[in-house]
Design a protein around this ligand. Sequence first.
Ligand SMILES: [Ca+2]
Length: 223
Amino acid sequence: MKKKLLLLILVMLITLSLFTTIAAAAPKEKCNSVTTGGVFYSAGHYLAGQEITTGYDIFGYNYQAHYFKGSYVNVYLGRAGLPPYMGDDAAYLAANPTAASHWAWPYREYMVEMKWNDAWISNKDQDGDGALDRHYGYDTYIGSGAWEYYRDYLLDDQGAVIYESSSKIIAVPADATKVSGVWYAADGTEIGPDIWGEFAIIQETLDGEVTYCSPLRPGFGNW
Ligand SMILES: [Ca+2]
C-alpha cells in the first residue's frame, strides 16, 4: 500500500515538472490589447492619447466586442477631433460650430449598428505601434478575410423603424479581379460591387427586402 502511494506521488511529481517545463518553454505573450491596456486612440481623435478600454466608449464603439451602436455622425466625429453628438443640435453646434460643415452631420438622426471581425479592426496590437491592428499579417485588406456587417435605420417619434438598410462587406480574396467596379472570383463568378478599393459588397437590403445578393455567396465565412 505504501509503495503504491509513493509511486502515485512520484508520478504526480513527474507530471508537475513536465507541465512546468512546457509552461516555461512557451513564448511570453507580449502584445497589448483592449483588455491588457497599452492601445490608444490615434492622433487627431477627440480621445487622442487615451487608452482604449473594454465596453462602449462615449461614441458607441466597443472595440473589444468588435461592435458599434450609435448615431451615424458619431461613427465619424471622434476622428474629426469632436465630442459625441447626444441629440441636442443647438447645444452641440454652440460648443462645436465646425460640426455643421462635417459631411456626416446631416445624417445624425440615423442610427448605425456595425459588427466586424478581428481582421477588420483587431482588439489587439500585435505589431506594437500602439494602435489596434487592421488586416494584421497582410499588407492591405486584400486576402485578409476581413468582414463587416453594417446596418442603419431611422426611428419615428414612437420608436418604430421607418427606414432600414444593411450591407455585408468583405475584403476581396487575393486572386479576385475587378472589372468595371465589380469584383470577380478566380473562376469568373461575381463576388459583388467594389467599395473602397479592397472590399466587395456581398449582400444589401433595403427596408427588409434583399436588393443585392452575391452570386458567389452572401455569407461571411471563408473569404
Ligand atoms: Ca497595431
